[in-house]
Design a protein around this ligand. Structure first.
Ligand SMILES: NC(=O)c1ccc[n+]([C@@H]2O[C@H](COP(=O)([O-])OP(=O)(O)OC[C@H]3O[C@@H](n4cnc5c(N)ncnc54)[C@H](O)[C@@H]3O)[C@@H](O)[C@H]2O)c1
Length: 252
């Protein structure tokens, strides 16, 4: 799919990977609606003055996510691309010093990372299905979800996070199969460690071993490198129904 002239909804657009994707899409001539629980602290430096709008919403809330989609359609007419980057990280042992883990934290991670992603794409896909196919474009939409290498190589304490990112990877194929009939592709990206506020908050004790296990390049990923893969997923019509690792060969 050609990005220029399209409309995208990006969850988690106020920070990190989502912000990098939103900025990349705008730079390529796409109009973007950012959906995040926090207001963005950035404004586009490229694109036309009306190429970005943001909605403050929780991805787990059905009504506000629907309202964000309605806003995108009112303002820009249609939705062609959905990028799901909203997510949270959490570490906790099953049984810690204080006894069995509390269920609330586990539930919250699953709720935001899995149900939040599903909640966004159900409205995005419904909007995409209404897009007309044209001679220039044989696709109605592209959905990119964010998994993690923790889906496959989860570490001690990552049961909730790994389960949530495994669920994103696992739902990629069935949703791609369902939406293929409408000309909509679905791909997940499983990043290794990326330099975003999420990982910048981690202690050196957590960061250093991860850096040592990264094969090459021996550094963490940069948000623009995630956005480059997102761009390739949108551009390449044969990418569908899969989860792509982007990790410098890091196996945790
Ligand atoms: N940074 C990494 O190393 C890394 C690695 C693998 C996967 N990921 C995944 O990439 C995605 C983006 O993470 P990031 O590194 O950019 O983190 P980040 O913390 O910089 O950005 C996450 C964004 O999601 C938003 N968000 C959180 N909960 C929300 C909710 N309930 N509703 C709406 N918005 C919400 C936050 O406000 C924030 O703007 C996440 O799903 C994360 O799990 C990140």
């Amino acid at each position: 799919m050609k990005i220029e002239g399209k409309v995208a909804i990006v969850s988690g657009a106020s920070s990190g990977l989502g912000q990098a994707c939103a900025q990349r899409l705008i730079a390529r001539g796409c109009r973007v609606v950012g959906l995040d629980i926090a207001a963005p602290r950035w404004t586009p430096t490229t694109g036309s003055h009306d190429s970005f709008t943001s909605v403050v919403a929780n991805v787990v809330d059905g009504e506000s996510v629907q309202a964000a989609h309605d806003r995108a359609i009112d303002r820009f007419g249609h939705i062609d691309i959905a990028i799901c980057c909203a997510g949270v990280l959490h570490g906790e042992r099953l049984v810690g010093r204080e006894g069995p883990a509390k269920l609330d934290a586990f539930r919250r991670v699953l709720e935001i990372n899995v149900i939040g992603t599903f909640n966004v794409i159900r409205f995005s896909a419904a909007a995409m299905m209404r897009n007309e196919l044209t001679e220039e474009s044989s696709e109605r939409g592209v959905i990119v979800m964010t998994s993690s290498i923790a889906a496959f190589d989860g570490q001690i304490g990552q049961s909730a996070y790994s389960a949530s990112k495994g669920a994103v990877a696992s739902m990629t194929l069935p949703i791609a199969r369902e939406l293929g009939a409408y000309g909509i592709r679905v791909v997940s990206i499983a990043p290794g460690v990326f330099e975003t506020p999420m990982m910048q908050g981690a202690s050196e004790k957590v960061r250093q071993p991860l850096l040592e296990q990264t094969v090459f390049p021996k550094r963490f990923g940069l948000p623009h490198e995630y956005a480059e893969l997102m761009e390739q997923v949108i551009a390449n019509p044969m990418l569908n129904g899969t989860t792509i690792r982007l990790d410098g060969a890091l196996h945790m």
